[in-house]
Design a binder for this molecule. Structure first.
Ligand SMILES: [Zn+2]
Length: 341
């Protein structure tokens, strides 16, 4: 898992003013104002960390459901995230230090429940001294150095020897990674309603998290993006080899396969198509097609998802395996699935 907790946290708190103008509130107590700034920054920080935690826990069974179709996307998962204070945006460093004891030493910031790091006995806040015998220096390049050290070491034998320090006491563990569908989820701090996949991971904005009404809708958006990843669609995007027609076709494929992943993760599909009515109402330009549309229209997607829902529920009712009808669709629509049968 290539997580980098702090680096995603881009705070947009604008402070300070312009000295050429008189103060807006001449009687305002600067001390009280500082306190209020602090309160609002803490609220933003806590909400961000809660979103991150929720998203990672939530994502695990969705990506696991995609594993039988993942093929070229498989990779090692150590079940941890690491970093140091330099990975955090400047105005959140004080809070990161207070709440999570983040400092210049590269430390474990997150341990995935049941993952490889947890099985090896690693705990959050353990400081990383060396990976595979390579010492890790406490500076702003630690994250990149760690990533490279793991990449170089992991194939030498089954496990990765990690030298750690907990409360100043040194110890070593061997982490044996899991072989998983390796498209981690990344949360982006952005108010726009967006999610995308680029072959490295699954990306979702905080604006999209707010727009989605419940867990099933969140799972639906994430499995659509996971489908783009496992189908290798990133090879056509962005711009390269892509036209509006190809882009629309990839969306049709991702909607179809994504819904299967949603069902395989155990979700009830009843009413899943409604998301596209809400999307249409939110983004009215998506209701009708133009020659430049990169996606099918929201009414087309509503109907297609309704049809796929019927197809899947039909299979479920007779205990048929929930496998997309790849071959039938390739023949009928000329879809371009890559390496899946
Ligand atoms: Zn898409």
């Amino acid at each position: 898992m290539r997580l980098r907790l702090g680096a995603w946290a881009v705070a947009a708190v604008m402070l300070g003013g312009c000295a050429d103008y008189p103060p807006l509130y001449p009687d305002m107590d600067p001390k009280r104002l500082d306190e209020e700034v602090r309160i609002q920054q803490e609220m933003a920080f806590d909400r961000w960390m809660a979103d991150l935690e929720h998203l990672h826990t939530f994502y695990a069974p969705l990506i696991a459901a995609a594993e039988p179709f993942c093929k070229t996307g498989m990779g090692f998962d150590y079940g941890w995230a690491y970093g140091n204070i330099f990975d955090w945006p400047l105005n959140w460093r004080d809070l990161a230090h207070e709440r999570y004891q983040v400092d210049e030493h590269p430390r474990i910031e997150y341990v995935k429940p049941g993952g490889a790091a947890e099985r090896a006995g690693i705990q959050p806040r353990d400081a990383i001294a060396a990976i595979g015998g390579r010492k890790i220096k406490p500076n702003r390049y630690a994250w990149d150095y760690l990533r490279r050290a793991i990449g170089k070491t992991r194939r030498e034998d089954g496990g990765l020897v990690v030298d750690l320090r907990r409360d100043e006491a040194p110890f070593s563990v061997t982490v044996v990674p899991d072989w998983v569908c390796d498209f981690p989820v990344v949360l982006l701090r952005d108010d726009v309603t967006n999610a995308y996949a680029n072959g490295l991971g699954t990306y979702i904005t905080s604006g999209m998290m707010r727009f989605l009404r419940d867990d099933r809708e969140l799972a639906q958006v994430l499995t659509h993006e996971i489908a783009h990843n496992i189908l290798g669609h990133y090879r056509y995007n962005p711009g390269w080899k892509s036209t509006p027609a190809i882009s629309q076709m990839l969306e049709v494929e991702a909607d179809y396969v994504g819904l299967y992943l949603l069902a395989r993760a155990g979700y009830d599909l009843e009413g899943a198509a409604d998301l596209w009515r809400r999307m249409g109402a939110e983004h009215v330009e998506s209701i009708k097609a133009t020659s430049r549309s990169s996606h099918p229209t929201s009414p087309q997607r509503y109907l297609a998802i309704s049809d796929t829902t019927r197809e899947i529920e039909g299979k479920r009712s007779v205990n048929e395996p929930l496998v997309p009808d790849f071959k039938a669709r390739i023949n009928k629509y000329g879809w371009e699935y890559l390496g899946i049968d």
